[in-house]
Ligand binder design. Structure first.
Ligand SMILES: O=C[C@H](O)[C@H](O)[C@H](O)COP(=O)(O)O
Length: 231
């Protein structure tokens, strides 16, 4: 069911893709539906070029016959279409459940518009039930973890942190970093938390995408809704 909803959200967002566009290609199970549907359109003659947000999405896009480029060749994109782990009414997001948050944020902010695709279970009143991914450099990991815990406490959260594990242990992102997942339950002030985390030198970025998404296609039992960010 949820997989079918993800496909419906992806199909609705695909309508926004036009010939000649430079498209940021997201990561995750919802984005994979988008990549497959985009591949069908490309094989049907649609001429676009994609910039993938992960090695996984790059591999699938190539299998689908989608022409790929980089932000070095194309520093500005027309549109990025990507999934999310959580989104609220203002279209603030938590991303990074699949570990691709850094490239996803770079690609989304290099785009004129970011469109989120999700099933309705991802649409929440307040962000935070999904653990917030925090990407950290391997050097100084112990100290960075302590600094993150201190920042969480200062911001009023219990510092429930876990090092994400992967096939290699710990998990390694496409950029060669690790991920700390912070179980915050509910994020009261996402902007304050974002600023505080980004002041820690060992933190590369985190999964809060604030004021980045322009619209979302959310698929539920009653169809696909399109929500615009109020700005
Ligand atoms: O790092 C992964 C990405 O941020 C994904 O877009 C996010 O985790 C949502 O993935 P899914 O569509 O599989 O729920």
């Amino acid at each position: 069911m949820s997989d079918e909803l993800k496909r419906k959200a992806a199909a609705a967002a695909l309508e926004e893709v036009g010939g000649g566009m430079r498209i940021g290609i997201g990561t995750g199970s919802t984005a994979e539906h988008f990549i497959r549907l985009l591949g069908e359109r490309v094989r049907g003659g649609l001429d676009i070029v994609g910039v993938p947000t992960s090695e996984r999405s790059a591999a699938l896009s190539r299998e689908e016959g989608i022409r790929l480029s980089t932000l070095e060749e194309l520093p500005e994109l027309d549109l990025t279409i990507d999934g999310a782990d959580e989104l609220d009414d203002a279209l603030n997001l938590i991303k990074g459940g699949g570990g691709a948050l850094l490239r996803e944020k770079i690609v989304a902010t290099a785009s004129k518009r970011m469109i989120v695709i999700a099933d309705s279970s991802k649409h929440v009143r307040h962000l935070g039930a999904f653990p917030l991914p925090i990407e950290v450099v391997p050097f100084g990991l112990g100290s960075t973890e302590r600094a993150v815990a201190r920042v969480l406490e200062t911001c009023g959260y219990e510092p429930r942190l876990s090092m994400r594990e992967g096939r290699q242990d710990p998990f390694i992102t496409d950029g060669g970093h690790h991920i700390l997942d912070a179980d915050l339950r509910q994020i009261a002030d996402p902007n304050a938390l974002s600023d505080a985390l980004l002041r820690i030198p060992g933190v590369v970025d985190h999964g809060l995408f604030l004021g980045i998404a322009a619209c979302a296609y959310i698929a539920g039992g009653d169809g696909v809704r399109r929500i615009e960010a109020a700005r």
